[in-house]
Design a protein around this ligand. Sequence first.
Ligand SMILES: NC(=O)c1ccc[n+]([C@@H]2O[C@H](COP(=O)([O-])OP(=O)(O)OC[C@H]3O[C@@H](n4cnc5c(N)ncnc54)[C@H](OP(=O)(O)O)[C@@H]3O)[C@@H](O)[C@H]2O)c1
Length: 297
Amino acid sequence: MNATKRILITGASGMLGSTLYKQWQSKYQIYCTGTSKALPNMKNYMQFNLRASNFKELFDWAQPDVIVHCAALTNGNFCQENPEEAFLINGLSSYKLAQSASKNCRIIYISTDAVFSADLHMAKENDIPNPDNIYGKSKELGEFLLIQNSQNYTIVRTTIVGFNEKEGKAGFVEWIIHSAKNKIPIQLFDDVLFNPISCSLLGNELSTIIDSGGFKNEIVHLSGSEVVSKFEFGTRLLSELNIQNETVAKGSILQFNQRAKRSTDQSLDCSYFQTATKRNLPNLEECIRSLSKEYYE
Ligand SMILES: NC(=O)c1ccc[n+]([C@@H]2O[C@H](COP(=O)([O-])OP(=O)(O)OC[C@H]3O[C@@H](n4cnc5c(N)ncnc54)[C@H](OP(=O)(O)O)[C@@H]3O)[C@@H](O)[C@H]2O)c1
């Protein structure tokens, strides 16, 4: 039905972008971009650095109806040490996309729970952002510049978990699985809360926004429906995958020295999305089942 809709995915070599590509390639006309080489089997890919001052080449090529802006510097410590780079890529890129896009082109900016401070439990869309670190501040800037410069945007704040396609890249889920399989002792925080959604389940929900055109010029929270600790998430994941978890221990963020301050409460209230769309967002079991399916695939 939407095969003619042209979708530009920025950050297509990343965890979320590559999942969306796989999931959507038969549904939409997908155009992908990132700074590294195209992933194996990824068609319609243009290497493009969002540092560029002129995005004409990218827009002439993709001519998007929708941009799903996933690209970001997501390493909190790197952002903390390189604030200018973080503000340029995570913040200013949304201004440049808004300036280059046609009036009818919807820009969906993938944002994060990190725009809120740890003081908030179940942050709502109208709560005031107050990021604890540079990464969160740079994403808040991206939101702000989009709101100021686009008349056709949706800001989706989420907390994603998933797998990386890019060789040599490993995130939270891969780290837990690799450590447990190789009997490497790790600690998972029992005092950090989040309501995760797998990248592919987020893809389903983003697709309903694209198809319906809903949430125009709005911020919407879109994540899992169940709040859990990182420890609970990790042990439930390993149990689903039948991987022994004896080397996984409970840890506390208070005993962990990090360069970038991290929030102890990443929970997002997603009731607005559920009420508006009459869709139930996935709970922890559904999130873990979706990760398990991807793992075995
Ligand atoms: N992962 C999480 O826990 C989490 C939680 C909440 C929200 N989010 C948000 O979700 C989105 C996707 O996250 P993710 O985990 O999929 O990120 P990721 O795996 O780290 O991927 C980041 C992507 O951004 C691209 N990128 C980085 N710098 C770029 C530049 N200068 N020019 C062009 N592309 C650039 C990377 O391309 P190359 O590798 O090719 O350079 C890569 O494709 C991000 O916006 C993030 O803020 C993530």
